[in-house]
Design a protein around this ligand. Structure first.
Ligand code: RB5
Length: 148
């Protein structure tokens, strides 16, 4: 099983811990880039190392958490090669893998409960990218990145 990068701010810390417990139970290895308490921190500081680990190939995907999931997704999407999806519904978590080849899932600790978060994590980690007609769209995302 490939390595997962974890990152959270204080708003996502508790949900990260709940997801970690789940990953332990199902035997999925992870690297935790913090934070490590509910003390207030800035989500870009955890988004960056977790996403760099993905881009460097040390981790396969990132699971990121903040209060809404939105701030950390915006930060994550600034990292070259990251396609981060903030979502709280099953369909989006599945189809962002199939259609967007998303490599980071962002969840809001103040939005979703642990039960739903675990379902979203499982479908995100277990769904393959479809490629095909989606490949040229994903390539155009990369081209946008190059344009800056
Ligand atoms: C922190 O209070 C909160 O702003 C942060 O966790 C996140 O929700 C930002 O998008």
């Amino acid at each position: 099983m490939s390595m997962i990068a974890l990152g959270a701010d204080h708003g996502g810390y508790e949900l990260k811990e709940a997801v970690k417990k789940h990953l332990d139970e199902i035997g999925v290895p992870y690297k935790d880039f913090g934070c490590f308490s509910t003390e207030s921190v800035d989500y870009p500081d955890m988004a960056e190392p977790a996403c760099r680990a993905v881009v460097a190939g040390e981790c396969d995907k990132a699971l990121l958490f903040c209060g809404t999931g939105v701030g950390i997704s915006i930060a994550a999407n600034k990292i070259h090669g990251i396609r981060a999806c903030c979502c709280s519904d099953y369909f989006s978590a599945k189809y962002t893998r199939m259609h967007n080849d998303a490599n980071a899932l962002c969840l809001g600790g103040r939005v979703v409960g642990a039960g739903l978060a675990i379902e979203l994590v499982d479908v995100f980690l277990n769904t393959e990218y479809e490629g095909g007609r989606h490949a040229k769209r994903v390539a155009k995302i990369a081209a946008l990145e190059e344009k800056g």
